[in-house]
Design a protein around this ligand. Structure first.
Ligand code: 8YV
Length: 312
């Protein structure tokens, strides 16, 4: 393979960056001259990118010989998969290896929001435990009803953990699956039934604002929303309005519209817990994701097929 055949659009992580350069001769676009694409784009056959950097149709058009894209991250809302498939370009993401960590964080946020762990931690640190006495009562988690929007790999890992908390689990998604959890064809009906509604679907136009004002109203003043999918799935203005009106009980959010950063209207609320999009952000999982970016390219070079293709 010629050295210029593999193009890396942006840094991915220390392991992937090193292996892509040392073992696969990747050209790092961000270290090249501004006209590198125009001069060498025609020779690029393989592309490494990430869900953060993405790859749009314009980039693909600049790479007429492109055959495979290997992207870091399970999400593909920033990749034009349709444009790639229309040209027969295989696109790989990094599923499976992050399921456990994202599901763990969903549960962390769910419990933190219900039991107000962050608020009670602030209470202790501010000396209020000593000065004011006991913390206000919070909401029980075990034995409640768990609704999941998007029962893919991550949603399933969240559901499995729900059994350890003696929860009933139902879900909503594109279609019912052969699973031991009830399917609710309507998201409003699922929200009405749920004590906790966890968003575990991907982003993009298909899922934009699925969690609407109506869904939040159905979840209700004792209901808690958790989002570890994408900020775009939730109508954030409606979420803020519902929290302000007290028509929603609380929220645990790893992803937000307009991230990085969070609106003050969410930051100052004790019934909201926010983490900075860290679902997969553990040493072990990030390493596995980076390795899979590299393995997908090796598999394509060896067998003409990436290991974990996005099938649409
Ligand atoms: C990343 C993710 O943490 O894989 C994804 O799609 O959302 C996460 O694993 C995120 O993309 C970091 O920016």
């Amino acid at each position: 393979m010629a050295a210029s055949s593999l193009l890396q659009l942006a840094p991915i992580g220390p392991l992937a960056d090193r292996l892509l350069r040392d073992n696969l001769g990747a050209v790092r676009l961000w270290e090249e001259e501004a006209d590198w694409l125009a001069r060498h784009g025609a020779g690029v056959e393989l592309l490494a990118t990430s869900v953060r950097r993405g790859c749009d149709a314009a980039m693909m058009a600049a790479l007429p010989q492109l055959r495979a894209i290997s992207s870091w991250g399970v999400g593909y809302d920033t990749l034009d998969v349709e444009a790639a498939h229309a040209r027969g370009i295989q696109v790989a993401n990094t599923p499976d290896v992050l399921d456990d960590c994202v599901a763990d964080l969903a549960w962390g946020l769910l419990i933190a929001a219900a039991r107000r762990i962050s608020a009670s931690d602030r209470y202790v640190r501010a000396g209020e435990w000593r000065d004011l006495g006991g913390f206000p009562l919070t909401t029980k988690v075990s034995g409640k009803r768990l609704g999941i929007l998007g029962l893919g790999r991550i949603g399933t890992a969240i559901a499995r953990r729900g059994q350890g908390f003696d929860m009933q689990v139902r879900y909503n998604g594109r279609s019912p699956k052969d699973v031991p959890y009830g399917f609710e064809a309507s998201l409003v009906a699922l929200a009405e039934w749920s004590d906790f509604l966890v968003v575990a679907c991907g982003g993009g136009p298909e899922t934009r604002h699925l969690v609407s004002a109506e869904v939040l109203a159905a979840l209700g003043p004792r209901g808690i929303l958790v989002n570890i999918g994408r900020g775009s799935v939730v109508d954030q203005a409606a979420l803020i309005a519902a929290l302000e009106a007290g028509t929603l009980g609380g929220a645990g959010l790893d992803v937000l519209q307009g991230e990085p950063g969070a609106p003050t209207a969410l930051c100052h609320r004790d019934n909201v817990v926010i983490s900075p999009h860290v679902g997969s952000a553990t040493i072990e999982t990030r390493e596995a994701m980076e390795q899979l970016v590299v393995d997908n390219l090796h598999a394509f070079l060896r067998e003409g097929r990436v290991l974990t293709p996005i099938l649409r």
